[in-house]
Design a protein around this ligand. Structure first.
Ligand code: AMP
Ligand code: ZN
Ligand code: FE
Ligand code: FE
Length: 279
């Protein structure tokens, strides 16, 4: 059996967005791996939280209710994690519903572009791979695999779906500052996800001025050099340090298990101290 290397894994996805496992299955896998805490951070949705809350009664670990909002910024993708948001916040509900509707429009445009490349898949086929209502590029990748156009999710991204490839369509206009605002307005803690070497210190400083509170330092996409640089920036600016595996399930992100990346359990206290109760 697989054993966690950290106490708290603060980044993973379920079928509510582009993960392969249900919230209950993810909680069970985390518990089996020996994790003390897990954050569920689906893209643009909090619909997995209730099932996960029920599951931690059966598989006792601490649950952090999280989210990941993907934004486009200056030709790059910047993802913002939110932790401990208020699930009853009406504005949050409206904003997330809107983001998911825009996902549908984007996916439909990408399907048209694929058709222009001679790859014929329907929206229904793509939708069939989404367990919830937060549809994304990995679901297109799975539909392309079903049709035999590609052999893996990675191949689908590298040939068609990533920035610069023929079926790529930019996201609706949403920048990191707006994502940070959505999270903070709902009382949550805003953390920049896996910045790697893509975000400059100056950019991070700017985002801190608009409400950013942490940096995800421990993540498979951050190199050892990145982790050193990001740790230094976090310490200088008084930001919390988080980490997580970004587990999606084995065929979507091969070679990554829950607990492979993360932080110590004390991160939960820091999140609790930074969150603001809105109701
Ligand atoms: P979307 O939210 O629809 O733009 O899809 C983005 C998601 O696709 C990311 O959160 C990752 O889970 C996945 N992804 C992004 N780039 C790649 C890549 N190059 N290879 C495999 N998966 C990727
Ligand atoms: Zn994802
Ligand atoms: Fe991400
Ligand atoms: Fe993620």
């Amino acid at each position: 059996m697989h054993t966690a290397k950290y106490e708290a894994d603060l980044h993973c996805h379920t079928i509510e967005s582009d993960g392969l496992f249900t919230p209950e299955e993810v909680v069970r896998l985390a518990w089996e791996a020996g994790l003390k805490a897990l954050a569920i951070t689906d893209h643009d949705t909090i619909n997995g939280w209730t099932e996960a809350e029920n599951a931690v009664r059966k598989y006792p670990i601490a649950l952090v209710k999280g989210i990941e909002i993907n934004t486009d910024w200056d030709g790059r993708e910047v993802h913002i994690l939110g932790y401990a948001l208020d699930e009853n916040d009406e504005k949050l509900y409206i904003q997330l519903t809107e983001l998911r509707e825009k996902r549908v429009q984007r996916i439909k445009k990408m399907i048209e572009k694929l058709q222009q490349c001679g790859l014929s898949i329907s929206f229904e086929e793509v939708k069939g791979h989404a367990g919830g209502d937060s549809i994304g590029r990995p679901h297109i990748a799975q539909a392309l695999i079903d049709r035999g156009y590609v052999r893996s999710v990675l191949e689908a991204f590298n040939k068609y779906l990533k920035i610069g490839k023929p079926a790529y369509v930019p996201r609706h206009k949403l920048d990191p500052v707006e994502a940070i605002r959505i999270i903070r307005d709902a009382g949550g803690v805003a953390v920049v996800a896996h910045p790697g070497s893509f975000c400059s210190e100056q950019e991070i400083s700017q985002w801190v001025k608009t409400g950013l509170q942490g940096i995800e330092v421990y993540h498979p996409d951050n190199s050892a050099d990145d982790r050193r640089r990001l740790t230094r920036i976090a310490r200088q600016k008084g930001l919390i340090i988080t980490g997580g595996s970004d587990f999606h399930g084995y065929s979507i992100k091969p070679g990554i298990n829950l607990g492979d990346w993360g932080v110590g359990i004390t991160a939960l206290k820091e999140i609790e101290q930074l969150r603001r109760k809105t109701h």
